[in-house]
Design a protein around this ligand. Structure first.
Ligand code: ADP
Ligand code: MG
Length: 322
């Protein structure tokens, strides 16, 4: 049986720090990061709880990837460059195979994002994974939720709804054929954070958010914080390739309210339309213009004839009463 410290040194300590900012990594009472003049530190935490955010028997390699991916996605949505992260882990037992797969999934993504594990905490308990991530953004260049302006275009990266489709298939809410499920499941289990796009949007976009709880709810945060309204064109929404063969009502529900897509939704002045497309191309991340910020309150959903459409569904909320 591994001790706590053997476990940390075997699975979560690497030979040498790989980040240019790390003065001291795992192993002391605190890690030390060099401060950098002119940069603000962007900080975010995300906790994933077994049975709530993932199935208890989830593939540990994918889980390691996803725990870090959701945190990287928050940095992307802020226009911040990944620097380092800490990992607080509660484990029911020290299963060597699980730890090996989990840490290698996590480090593969950490290396590709140049984001270094610098510390954490490890304890016995029901499986629970909390990462806190640190990023840099030049002062004044972050993409805040309160910065949308009237007349801005609203954009979304990638496609929407396939993660929700996979969840519905896995939970037996709907019947999916094996091939559809096989292609949709990676959207749920191993999301691709849009960091290159987020960085490119600095000084171009006004406001941004990452879509973790569904487009309506997450865009709603921008509208509320910026005290503006918006019109969305339903026919412009980029439907996930697997969701595209589902009935139209289901497509709309999953695109508008499905969580776990980890795409970016952002607003930018209409005068920067071409620059947005250029930055997206450089980041190899497709983007779609889906609507406009206006002076109203709330969100209007327009059908292909430009007429408002009403829906009864909500975005995901852990504390909403069913
Ligand atoms: P302390 O008791 O001072 O908080 P710990 O004994 O909990 O320190 O941890 C020892 C060292 O190992 C610390 O540097 C801590 O940041 C690091 N650490 C603990 N758990 C993890 C983990 N899951 N991943 C990475 N580093 C960890
Ligand atoms: Mg401790």
């Amino acid at each position: 049986m591994l001790s706590e410290f053997e476990l940390i040194s075997q699975y979560f300590t690497r030979a040498r720090p790989n980040g240019p900012h790390t003065v001291l990594g795992v192993g002391d009472d605190c890690a030390l990061l060099a401060a950098e003049v002119g940069q603000q530190l962007a900080i975010s935490s995300d906790m994933l709880v077994a049975g709530r955010h993932f199935f208890a028997d989830a593939d540990p390699r994918q889980l390691g990837h996803k725990c870090l991916a959701v945190n990287l996605s928050d940095l992307a949505a802020m226009g911040a460059k990944p620097v380092a992260f800490t990992l607080a882990l509660a484990l029911p037992n020290a299963d060597a195979n699980w730890l090996q797969a989990f840490s290698s999934g996590m480090f593969a993504l950490a290396d590709s994002a140049a984001c270094e594990l610098i510390g954490g905490d490890t304890t016995k308990g029901p499986l629970n994974i909390c990462i806190t991530i640190f990023g840099h953004v030049p002062a004044g260049q972050s993409l805040r939720r309160d910065a949308a302006q009237i007349g801005d275009e609203i954009w979304v990266s990638g496609s929407l709804g396939d993660a929700r489709l996979a969840l519905a298939g896995l939970q037996g809410e709907i019947q999916l054929d094996a091939q559809t499920l096989q292609h949709a499941a990676p959207r749920l289990h191993s999301p691709s954070p849009r960091n290159a796009l987020g960085l490119g949007l600095r000084q171009i976009a006004h406001a941004a958010v990452d879509i973790s709880d569904g487009l309506i709810g997450d865009l709603g945060h921008i509208l509320q914080k910026s005290q503006v309204g918006a019109r969305l064109h339903l026919s412009a929404l980029p439907v996930g390739p697997m969701l595209a063969s589902q009935p139209r009502d289901r497509q709309l529900e999953y695109m508008l309210t499905g969580g776990d897509d980890y795409e970016l939704c952002f607003t930018a002045p209409a005068s920067k339309h071409q620059q947005v497309l250029q930055v997206a191309q450089t980041a190899a991340t497709p983007v779609t213009c889906i609507g406009k910020i206006d002076a109203g309150t709330g969100l209007q959903l327009l059908n292909q004839h430009g007429q408002p459409e009403a829906f009864s569904f909500h975005s995901f909320d852990h504390f909403r009463q069913p």
